[in-house]
Design a protein around this ligand. Sequence first.
Ligand SMILES: Nc1ncnc2c1ncn2[C@@H]1O[C@H](COP(=O)(O)OP(=O)(O)OP(=O)(O)O)[C@@H](O)[C@H]1O
Ligand SMILES: [Mg+2]
Length: 262
Amino acid sequence: MIVADRIEHAYQAGDQQVPILHGISLRVTQGEMVAVMGPSGSGKSTLLYCLAGLVRPTGGSATLNGQNLSQLTDTQLAKLRRSELGFVFQSYNLMPTLSGFENVALPFRLGRRPVPTEKIREVLDTVGLGHRADALPSAMSGGEQQRVALARVLAQRPPIVFADEPTGALDTRTGVIVLDELVNLAHSDGHCVLTVTHDPSVAARCDRVLFLFNGRLAQELRTPTAEQVAGVMTALTAEVEAAEVSTGSTDVSTGSTDGGAR
Ligand SMILES: Nc1ncnc2c1ncn2[C@@H]1O[C@H](COP(=O)(O)OP(=O)(O)OP(=O)(O)O)[C@@H](O)[C@H]1O
Ligand SMILES: [Mg+2]
């Protein structure tokens, strides 16, 4: 289970603190797949980093499967992340010197667990990358790198999965395959999946959608349709644009607005 209790975060920019998250509370239970949506710059990735223990929030706390992250040392946090968490980064975070296969195998090696060669090949086949297993990330397209990052999580099947725009670089068909796998992880295996997406059709496959706006949770939809999701996103994006016009500036929390319904 993921529990966020009034999470706040501010980035340090020179000698100034730039507040990004303003007291986010949420809960994702086992067996649930939840989407986070919101305009670009609204703090979605930052929220995921705080919840996954990659960034220490400047206020509030995150609790994963009963362990309050603020009470863990860096070493304990790293251990928890290795054993219980999977993270698909927006920027994929692959090791450039390792092949696709070895990138998927890496968490097993780091955790000193046997590398399940057959399973890894199977997962790479599932995401359509069987033939690229030996290629280095530098020789892969963005979508192929993203699929390696997804295969890494799907091979481990950790109890808690965070995914930051996991289908952003995928074609429609591959996106559906990947999404099916993430939905299965939640609904069949009873794991906990929290995913950021800009795509209303991805959000519509989730049990709930949380909308982030200027670092605050603005709205929640349960079992939404893609049309409902697109409607809320259009309204939020219009609010961002109206705020930019009225202030005559693009402040950090209302940057560009490519988060509209695509
Ligand atoms: N390390 C950092 N230092 C300072 N500011 C940062 C840092 N990382 C992010 N920000 C700022 O925090 C805000 C939120 O960033 P974040 O990456 O969480 O947005 P997002 O909602 O994930 O956007 P997108 O949809 O474009 O991925 C942005 O204004 C960004 O410029
Ligand atoms: Mg982001």
